[in-house]
Design a protein around this ligand. Sequence first.
Ligand SMILES: O=P(O)(O)OC[C@H]1O[C@H](OP(=O)(O)OP(=O)(O)O)[C@H](O)[C@@H]1O
Ligand SMILES: O=c1cc[nH]c(=O)[nH]1
Ligand SMILES: [Mg+2]
Length: 217
Amino acid sequence: METLVVDHPLVAHKLTTLRDQETDSPTFRRLTDELVTLLTYEATRDIRITDVTVRTPLTLTSGVRLTRPAPLVVPILRAGLGMLDGMARLLPMAEVGFVGMARDEHTLQPATYADRLPRDLSGRQCFVLDPMLATGGTLAAALRMLVERGADHVTAICLLAAPEGLEAVREKLAGTLDPEHGATLRVVTAAVDERLDERGFILPGLGDAGDRLYGSL
Ligand SMILES: O=P(O)(O)OC[C@H]1O[C@H](OP(=O)(O)OP(=O)(O)O)[C@H](O)[C@@H]1O
Ligand SMILES: O=c1cc[nH]c(=O)[nH]1
Ligand SMILES: [Mg+2]
């Protein structure tokens, strides 16, 4: 599983403000939206395209269009919803499937409470949106749901990832990562942070992304 850290001063600038505990919720939402658009630009570098011919006002020329079926974007509720508009801005033709998962704060295990995904994902490029890849339990469970339905090319876009979580996702999905027979899985993120704390939070991190976007429940 490849990890791409998007190294760009605008990404670093926006991420720094997201980390700041003084950043209020409206600003946090706006910056998340902007950051996701920048990450999407990199995450879609190998999006499938088809050659086409187009008629300009002067002549015929060759170009490309996104291949059908359209990509599927999957925000993981709740916090992933804060990333949807920033991605849809660049991929307005994408279809959207939803997965709801909440991590138990004691066991750190994810529980799935919503599944609104197409039954058959064969031949479909998928993009999973979740701001935080902490222990990796949530992302691994979501990736497994997609791969079990036939997805063979999945890119996860995260604002932050922990090294332990990246390793855990790699281990949990080891059987599906064989490039000859399995799915291609990638993580695109603005930063890989230092480590997890004893409560499974990313350090230095930005706190609880869902709470900062939508308020504590
Ligand atoms: O890598 P993990 O250890 O599984 O943790 C990451 C998950 O935790 C957060 O969601 P949370 O469970 O807080 O739900 P929320 O989005 O509703 O706040 C975050 O948005 C990820 O989905
Ligand atoms: O640091 C973390 C870990 C899990 N979920 C979050 O929102 N933040
Ligand atoms: Mg949360």
